[in-house]
Design a protein around this ligand. Structure first.
Ligand SMILES: Nc1nc2c(ncn2[C@@H]2O[C@H](COP(=O)(O)OP(=O)(O)OP(=O)(O)O)[C@@H](O)[C@H]2O)c(=O)[nH]1
Ligand SMILES: [Mg+2]
Length: 304
């Protein structure tokens, strides 16, 4: 009898400093948007799983918050979430940004991995190849490669999709043999409600400027089905100060309207149905440093 082909499965932590394109890569692999993406660093605040089921493998990609030196309790919770995610992963997909020089955060993450995850296979993906000249690409690839000498290297563009089949092959080859772990029709462990909150926050991040974006948190308060009319969603944007509330609402409500329209379009695309989105803004003073607020907003989930 012919031997059955090997089936592989496992958890792959997608790690790297803020803004290198981790969430863009996750969405590209899944062919669907589950993670928020923005031009600002620290867009992702929690671990989020994307499930990719192939004929010979099931890959559980774990998108993580960018590795950085925390400046507040939210930042600490984010880096803790990244560290815990890496701890439970079978392999590490280290993402670097070819448009930027190697930074302290890249070195710290590489050192952390060497110390805390010495036996895990590391795949180094050099992203944003579309945005750099070939000469720069090669010298930067060498510099990033030196951080993790034993890693496999792939040059990719998560935005354009180049190099992704080769990267996927490199990832699968390093996973342990194992069965399917999640139903094959599932693509994420996030609920529609959680993705909705991420997409609203992404819209806020994309429309706001300066110091306001990072102080925004989103909570979905209601998600009701209304049959033919689609769904009714009510959500709150929390900000840290009264002055920020005024900015988020904008003159005559224009900014909030713009954020709402942008978010509604993305959520409709994700859920495949029409919806009515009602956004409100509340001040939760200094929430990024308040344990109680971080818990309420779901950024701290475990007991420390
Ligand atoms: N030119 C180019 N831009 C990219 C590519 N991949 C991602 N980006 C852009 O880089 C920015 C950051 O992307 P994200 O996917 O949010 O990055 P991230 O690593 O998840 O960031 P954090 O969640 O903040 O850690 C966005 O503006 C993306 O559009 C790429 O391959 N090429
Ligand atoms: Mg992200």
């Amino acid at each position: 009898m012919p031997e059955a082909p090997i089936h592989r499965s496992g958890f792959v932590a997608v790690v790297g400093r803020p803004n290198v394109g981790k969430s863009t890569l996750l969405n590209a692999f899944l062919g669907q948007k589950v993670a928020g993406v923005s031009p600002w660093p620290q867009t992702t605040r929690r671990r989020q799983m994307g499930i990719l089921t192939l004929a010979a493998a099931q890959i559980l990609f774990l998108d993580t918050p960018g590795w950085h030196t925390p400046k507040d309790n939210l930042g600490k919770a984010m880096v803790r979430a990244s560290a815990e995610t890496i701890a439970e992963a079978d392999a590490v997909l280290f993402l670097a940004d070819l448009t930027e020089l190697v930074a302290g955060e890249d070195r710290e993450l590489a050192a952390w991995l060497r110390k805390n995850k010495p036996n895990a296979p590391v795949i180094l993906a050099l992203n944003k190849a579309d945005a750099v000249a070939v000469e720069v690409r090669e010298s930067r690839a060498e510099e990033y490669g030196a951080l993790i000498p034993d890693s496999v290297r792939c040059v990719i563009s998560a935005r354009q999709g180049t190099g992704l089949p080769e990267l996927l092959e490199a990832v699968v080859a390093r996973l342990p043999e194992g069965p399917i772990l999640y139903p094959e029709e599932e693509i994420t462990d996030l609920s529609e409600r959680e993705i909705t909150a991420e997409l609203i926050r992404e819209s806020a991040l994309r429309n706001l400027r300066a110091e306001v974006p990072h102080g925004v948190a989103v909570r979905v308060d209601q998600y009701r089905e209304r049959g033919e009319e689609g769904a009714y969603i009510e959500a709150t944007l929390f900000v840290e100060r009264e002055s920020h509330k005024a900015i988020v609402i904008g003159k005559g409500g224009t900014m909030l309207k713009r954020i709402g329209t942008d978010a509604r379009r993305k959520i409709e695309e994700m859920s495949g149905r029409k919806l009515y989105l009602d956004l409100r803004v509340k001040v939760l003073p200094g929430w990024r440093n308040r344990e109680d607020a971080l818990r309420r907003l779901g950024y701290i989930t475990k007991e420390k």
